[in-house]
Design a protein around this ligand. Structure first.
Ligand code: XUL
Length: 539
């Protein structure tokens, strides 16, 4: 029976999910955590230390070392990699890898006796890769938007206004501040297309899902936009890989993986996509109607969109979906690392954290936290600062509830532009295992929330994409509905329903939260009156 492999190269770890399409079984679900297993790369939570809080880079060689390591792990767990018919993958979005001209030959002639990281080191024209947590390019965003006539024009053209972490502004910063290195750069890959290139032994394309996260692709034509390239950096066109559908076959897997890790030489290497487009498939969202909230390093809120409906206020994005439709997405940077900061500051275990949520009430007695422990994407906060309203830093229950209510309220408020009345939410990612968090999610959105068996939706989505693309390449195409069936149904018994009294409280709470946000970020009026209104609903 053919097996399909999905690999997810994310911020803090590399994961692999192997599926058996015939029996609808997940046969392997395994991760390599970067900090635990590869500490020699000196990253913390997968990010290189930086004195400037707005700069976030990682080491592409770390991802390569993790790739060799995960295949070694799978083989030592008895997984027969020769049974894998196709491999696809998922990469943290927006991050970019800069390669010299010698990369083409190096990829083609990888030596199976030498680890990937060691032999590809010499191909990097820039030793580090800026990743999605970087917010150091506001100036470049402003310059690009000005060249195009404004933020709205960029959003209409590319699906998003300029965002600091998007690849175009990052490339502009590099081209202007490190001219010589830019001159030595022959190819700029996304994390996704870089990893796909290594697996295929040749430069892989960028798919329309991840390509939309660059501020470089015309979202409707699904082609590089000449105007965006011109506004971004000189000579960019020749440095970018081609764009392609998510299901494109890049080629057969590189002989390196056949000789070193025991793959079949017939194994197809499929184009990779971004983690969010992959997760869309991994939770079975192939049609509009439901949304998914992924609680990971970043918290994301996304759903399928038949036609691009653009957020003109800069609250979200339109990406390509692997099915050929579109998807809408909002990304919050203060996700799991922020929850962990609060947990650590309160000296709690995760059990203690849940207990604190159970022992406090919706609305938090009118206490509000704006949890900008790190720079925030939505709303845009470049200088991180935690703001507390009527909340003492020493109040354990208040801070625990404060951070979760803030995250959920912010999602509800900043997703209004999508114009969708959400009745069902699929929850995925590490923190989706926490029922107390899901109850707050259900109450804040007034929607039913469901959990999934496979928490690694991005890697699962990649494995499902591999299956879909392989069947299509073999002229035995299977509709998406059938591909995902049996893998992506939410756990029926996991349903968390909204509590009506809490839904009422959260309507007032969202007004208070908005008022606090406006007060802290835009010098708006004192939020005390909004608080009084909330207190009156609390009775
Ligand atoms: C999405 C985003 C993050 C990264 C990392 O726009 O920046 O979700 O993909 O997960």
């Amino acid at each position: 029976m053919p097996l399909y492999l999905g690999v997810d190269s994310s911020t803090q770890s590399l994961s692999a999910v192997v599926i058996d399409l015939e029996s609808r079984a997940v046969v392997v679900d395994h991760s390599v955590n970067f900090d635990e297993r590869l500490p020699e790369f000196g990253c913390e939570n997968g990010v290189l230390p930086s004195r400037d809080a707005t700069v976030a880079h990682s080491d592409p060689l770390l991802w390569l070392a993790a790739l060799d390591m995960i295949f070694d792990d799978l083989r030592s767990q008895g997984v027969d990699l020769s049974q894998i018919a196709a491999v696809a993958g998922s990469g943290q979005q927006h991050g970019s890898v800069y390669l010299k001209a010698n990369a083409t030959e190096a990829l083609k002639s990888l030596n199976p006796r030498v680890p990937l990281a060691r032999q590809l080191r010499k191909t990097l024209s820039r030793p580090t890769a800026p990743i999605w947590m970087d917010s150091s390019t506001r100036a470049q965003c402003d310059e690009i938007e000005a060249a195009l006539g404004g933020a709205r024009q960029v959003a209409e053209l590319t699906g998003s206004s300029c965002f600091e972490r998007f690849t175009g502004p990052q490339i502009r910063k590099f081209a202007h501040t490190q001219k010589q290195r830019y001159a030595r750069t022959a190819k700029i890959h996304l994390v996704s297309s870089f990893m796909a290139s290594v697996l295929a032994g040749k430069h892989a394309p960028i798919d329309h899902g991840d390509g939309a996260g660059m501020n470089l692709m015309d979202i409707r034509r699904r082609a590089w936009s000449a105007a965006m390239l011109k506004a971004t950096a000189p000579g960019l066109r020749g440095r970018l890989p081609r764009l392609a559908r998510s299901g494109s076959v890049v080629g057969r897997i590189s002989p390196y993986f056949v000789a070193r890790h025991g793959f079949s030489s017939r194994c197809r290497a499929i184009a990779w996509s971004g983690d969010n487009p992959n997760s869309l498939i991994g939770v079975g969202l192939i049609r509009p109607g439901k949304v998914c909230i992924s609680l990971g390093t970043s918290d994301t809120y996304f759903g399928v969109m038949p036609q691009p409906h653009i957020s003109t206020e800069g609250e979200g994005h339109v990406f390509g979906s692997p099915t050929g439709d579109y998807m809408s997405l909002i990304c919050f940077l203060n996700g799991s690392l922020t929850r962990e900061r609060v947990k650590r500051a309160c000296r709690l275990s995760w059990d203690g954290f849940s207990k604190a949520l159970r022992r406090s009430k919706p609305g938090n007695g009118g206490k509000v936290m704006l949890p900008y422990f790190f720079p925030e994407i939505v709303p845009n906060v470049l200088e991180p600062e935690v703001r507390r309203y009527w909340l003492r830093a020493s109040d354990v229950k208040g801070n625990v509830r404060g951070v979760i209510e803030a995250q959920m309220a912010s999602m509800a408020i900043h997703s209004k532009w999508m114009g969708v009345r959400t009745r069902t939410i699929y929850a995925t990612g590490g923190a989706s295992a926490n029922r107390e968090i899901l109850q707050i999610m259900a109450n804040m959105h007034n929607a039913d929330v469901y959990q999934f068996q496979v928490g690694k939706s991005a890697a699962l989505g990649a494995a499902l994409r591999a299956a879909h693309a392989d069947r299509k390449a073999a002229r035995n195409e299977m509709p998406w509905r059938q591909v995902v069936a049996g893998f992506t149904e939410p756990i029926r018994e996991s349903r968390v329903q909204p509590h009506k009294p809490a839904v009422r409280v959260y309507r007032a709470f969202q007004k208070l939260y908005r008022a606090c946000e406006a007060h802290a970020l835009r010098g708006g009026p004192d939020p005390a009156r909004a608080r009084e209104r909330l207190l009156s609903t609390l009775g």
